[in-house]
Design a protein around this ligand. Structure first.
Ligand code: NAD
Ligand code: TYD
Length: 348
């Protein structure tokens, strides 16, 4: 198959491109990415020479370009990940979130509809977040019928894109599936999100900012478990359906911070006054900070036999070791110094 993965140079997208080329070696993977600050081709170095991998430098906000991509590359299926993805950035500057997450998704849907016509076969898989459901109290978990109640500009823009995808199925018969996943962690995550930021700051001996009282809860999932779930839903999910993907792995933020400090102390041989814990700093809370997310993943288990494989402590240790071994990557993505190389190579 000829698969279009949007946002394939980002965190989850690049893990997915690597997963796809490994598990579906006959498929052609077209990676459409605008290479914003969050996207970079360093993540995909190991597949640069693979003749089934194709990078397309393009922006979803340009409808004609997106339409041509379907035609020129005879696209037979889409996994849509490209988005602005960081809640804090959506609070300080929501415009990009509206343009990429809502309008960009609209342009992609239009391109798919116009290229595929009424064919029921080609699949459009929309990758979304559990944040569309809003914030939970101490009990319960988000399931597929939980009403939408997004609280941040990020989650509102993702909720809006989910509704557009749903409407294209009901109105035009587009073969869509949507997945709503909990917080991911793992290799290639830009060090602005909690886990890579903590690792990065520990190594740089910078403070570890904990928003509010650190009691907010997230349900963490290793990115490769997410990619396995996406693969299953793309191939075997029921058309028009939504699937919640989660780790059944709830942690208070402060406990995540402590765990990372302890794991890093061991890796680096730090202890006592030298411990990473001394860097913990409570800072002003995020406006509208959602208290708790948790996913009820029973539909994924029941229908697709999916459950997470990697336990959190092991996943965190692997992630920490990945960042320790790839400090040059962190340096390059935070400074943008790799861009010159790709500018010459891909003319981007
Ligand atoms: P990311 O920010 O790491 O990557 C986003 C990618 O999209 C980047 O490569 C960027 O260059 C690209 N992009 C942004 N705007 C674009 C545009 N206008 N045109 C083309 N490309 C553009 O994001 P991520 O964390 O990998 O998330 C991927 C998807 O998964 C998003 O849709 C996000 O909402 C969803 N999601 C993320 C998480 C998480 O924990 N990270 C959890 C659930 C769902
Ligand atoms: P984040 O990784 O930004 O993901 P999201 O907001 O999409 O869940 O944040 C995860 C949690 O960690 C969230 O409750 C906010 C909190 N947080 C901090 O306490 N300090 C930080 O520096 C960051 C980035 C997040």
């Amino acid at each position: 198959m000829r698969i279009l993965i949007t946002g394939g140079a980002g965190f989850i997208g690049s893990n997915l491109v690597l997963h796809w080329l490994q598990h579906h070696p006959q498929d052609h993977v077209f990676n459409l990415d605008a290479l914003t600050y969050a996207g970079n081709l360093l993540n995909l170095k190991e597949v640069e020479g693979n003749s089934n991998y194709h990078f397309l430098h393009a922006d979803l906000r340009q409808p004609d370009v997106v339409k041509n991509i379907f035609i020129e590359n005879k696209i037979e299926g889409v996994l849509h990940l490209a988005a602005e993805s960081h809640v804090d950035r959506s609070i300080s500057g929501p415009a990009d979130f509206i343009e990429t997450n809502i309008l960009g998704t609209f342009h992609l849907l239009e391109a798919a509809r116009s290229y595929w016509g009424n064919s029921p076969d080609p699949r459009f898989h929309h990758v979304s977040t559990d944040e569309v459901f809003g914030s939970l109290g101490p009990e319960g978990a988000f399931h597929e019928e939980t009403p939408y109640a997004p609280n941040s500009p990020y989650s509102a823009s993702k909720a809006s894109s989910d509704h557009l995808v749903r409407a294209y199925h009901h109105t035009y018969g587009l073969n869509v599936v949507t997945t709503n996943c909990s917080n991911n962690y793992g290799p290639f995550q830009f060090p602005e999100k909690l886990i890579p930021l903590l690792i990065h700051n520990c190594l740089a001996e910078r403070s570890l900012p904990v928003y509010g009282d650190g009691r907010n809860i997230r349900d963490w999932l290793y990115v490769k478990d997410h990619c396995r779930a996406l693969d299953l839903v793309f191939h075997r999910g029921q058309t028009g359906e939504c699937y919640n993907i989660g780790g059944s792995n709830e942690w208070r933020n402060l406990d995540v911070v402590h765990l990372i400090c302890d794991l890093l102390d061991k890796e680096l041989g730090r202890s006592g006054d030298d411990s990473c814990r001394k860097l913990i700093t409570f800072v002003k809370d995020r406006p509208g900070h959602d208290q708790r997310y948790a996913i009820d993943p029973r539909k994924m288990l029941r229908e697709l036999k999916w459950s997470p494989e990697l336990d959190f402590q092991m996943g965190l240790l692997q992630t920490i070791r990945w960042y320790l071994n790839n400090q040059a990557w962190v340096e390059q993505v935070t400074s943008g110094s790799y861009r010159e190389y790709y500018r010459q190579q891909y003319n981007v």
